[in-house]
Design a binder for this molecule. Structure first.
Ligand SMILES: Cc1cc2nc3c(=O)[nH]c(=O)nc-3n(C[C@H](O)[C@H](O)[C@H](O)COP(=O)(O)O)c2cc1C
Length: 280
């Protein structure tokens, strides 16, 4: 089934609808401002919009999406994902930051059962290999975990990174070649959070041999499969990461991860003093 975006005028207004300021009747003033011109310098006029803090409700909504987002493997409903909802979450992904505005991503939307079966087989092969890396109690625990929802989720999305987009020299990527991959991961996170706000769950599956995914999805050599995502409507989500609930790992203390000025230096301003308790 084609995406709602195919052959349609693209969404002009982002689905964020109105900002808090607009709702309150305040104008989001756009300022055309020509920067002072130095002789011999070329300046484009800049366009600025108001950027104060969100209203309390808006902030709550943003943090709610962040703190209640979960990786989903088992809670998918079979209901189809409405095309306009899919379009919104893809648009959110497409508005991620990217190095040099490279926008290296593509989104392969997969609904075909045949393709998903092939991907599931690839997962099973890789997962058997992965299990061999654990032993004893860890192996027992690993084997009991469900680590994908490829067939249960009605939609799968492979987010790829085209390493050649933008040509051989990309602003900002000149000294760190992998920044295109980092950009693509930013798109994944945007998609994940927008999906949470839309009542969609997402599960990231990474247990594949790269060559398998490449062959199934016909990826050209210069395109990297960055994320394989299972997506569908959900009614319930785990309150905390499932791997924590099942005793695989736990969230580290933020305070132990924040350093000041150099690696390992924990100063008096570390979040231990100020950290608000996060829900999960
Ligand atoms: C890069 C990446 C790869 C992941 N791969 C898998 C995977 O193959 N299978 C799985 O069940 N979860 C996978 N996850 C989900 C993590 O296990 C999950 O994010 C983590 O346990 C924290 O839980 P939460 O996302 O629900 O907060 C992946 C997450 C990321 C960011």
């Amino acid at each position: 089934m084609p995406l709602a975006l195919a052959g349609k005028a693209p969404l002009q207004r982002k689905p964020s609808q109105k900002t808090g300021q607009e709702k309150r009747g305040l104008s989001t003033r756009t300022v055309e401002r020509a920067a002072p011109r130095m002789e011999g310098e070329f300046h484009m006029p800049t366009r600025l919009t108001a950027a104060g803090p969100f209203s309390q409700d808006e902030r709550d909504a943003v943090y709610r999406a962040i703190f209640t987002r979960r990786d989903v493997r088992s809670q998918f409903l079979p209901d189809p994902v409405p095309p306009e909802v899919l379009e919104r979450v893809l648009l959110a992904a497409h508005h991620a930051p990217s190095v040099g505005f490279m926008q290296p991503w593509n989104f392969i939307v997969i609904r075909s059962r045949d393709v998903r079966h092939a991907v599931k087989d690839a997962f099973c092969r890789a997962n058997d290999e992965a299990a061999k890396l654990f032993s004893d109690e860890r192996l027992r625990l690993y084997s009991a975990l469900k680590l994908e929802g490829i067939l249960e989720a009605p939609v799968n999305i492979c987010v790829t990174c085209d390493r050649q987009r933008g040509g051989p020299v990309v602003l900002g990527r000149t000294h760190n070649y992998d920044t295109d991959l980092y950009s693509t991961v930013c798109a994944v996170q945007n998609l994940w959070l927008a999906a949470r706000a839309e009542g969609l769950g997402i599960g990231w599956v990474s247990i594949f041999n790269d060559a398998d995914l490449r062959a199934i999805l016909n990826l050209p050599e210069h395109v990297v499969p960055v994320a394989y995502l299972c997506m569908g409507k959900v009614k319930e989500l785990h309150a905390a990461p499932e791997l924590e609930a099942r005793g695989w790992g736990r969230r580290l203390e933020l305070a132990s991860l924040v350093f000041e000025d150099s690696w390992g230096a924990q100063g008096c301003a570390s979040p231990a003093k100020t950290e608000a308790s996060s829900p999960a």
